[in-house]
Design a protein around this ligand. Sequence first.
Ligand SMILES: Nc1ncnc2c1ncn2[C@@H]1O[C@H](COP(=O)(O)OP(=O)(O)OP(=O)(O)O)[C@@H](O)[C@H]1O
Ligand SMILES: [Mg+2]
Length: 256
Amino acid sequence: MEEVWDRQTLLAAYEVMRRLRLGRFAGVLSAGKEARVYRAIGRDGREYAVKIYLTVTAEFRKSIQKYLLGDPRFENVDTSNTKKLFFAWARKEFRNLKRMYEAGVRVPRPILVHQNIVVMEFLGRDGLRAPTLHEIRHEIDPELAEQLAREAIDQYTRIYCCARLVHADYSEYNLVYLDGQLYVIDVAQAVSLEHPNAGDFLRHDVENIYRFFAKQLGVELPEPEELLERVRACQTKCPEKRREEQGGREQQYQAS
Ligand SMILES: Nc1ncnc2c1ncn2[C@@H]1O[C@H](COP(=O)(O)OP(=O)(O)OP(=O)(O)O)[C@@H](O)[C@H]1O
Ligand SMILES: [Mg+2]
């Protein structure tokens, strides 16, 4: 196991392992600036992605200011306590994931949040994580590019219209490709539509879609302004009932 884990994280990881009956951690999927993502395997053989927030960078502090405090769901977080910030950030990621999942957005299924640890469905095959669109950008042919552009816009529209959130970091780095379909990941920074900067984040996300799919992959797309209008028009069918309201499902999340 990684030596960077402090004692509290280690204890939190044991608690997660106990609750999910995890057998072992099986490799690092990604070591980002703030978080590490691990693959873990349950005693029943099921795979999980475990994201652990470990390091406070200057950027992380900025993100807290920018994406956490403006969100009415997280107004009362004590920002002077670093541990509490991590916990709030992990909880924010979990809640965003849950809200998107229930709104029919293709995101990894949220499974559990505990302190600075978020557990979700593992996206991958044969122990290998699914690649990001950035990683496969040179192998995407025009037909696939068009399909993925359509899906990226469709998933985004669902996030906005059905989950009532703005992703705020929507790009080829946070979209992954698995079994011929696109999945959205990395949702900690997503904000609710009431956030004072939601409009700016929305515009930026749409510009990112345009930059990657139109400029880089050559897909014919309407200009960003027009794309933005299409997203805002919400011509998409949202799930009739939020999945959590159908009863019974809530227990699966074991949120704490
Ligand atoms: N559910 C998952 N299943 C498989 N792989 C995942 C999953 N979640 C994240 N990953 C992998 O871990 C990487 C980092 O995850 P994520 O983008 O959520 O974290 P991050 O802290 O933003 O990291 P970065 O700074 O690298 O963007 C992803 O690019 C992806 O390769
Ligand atoms: Mg990311």
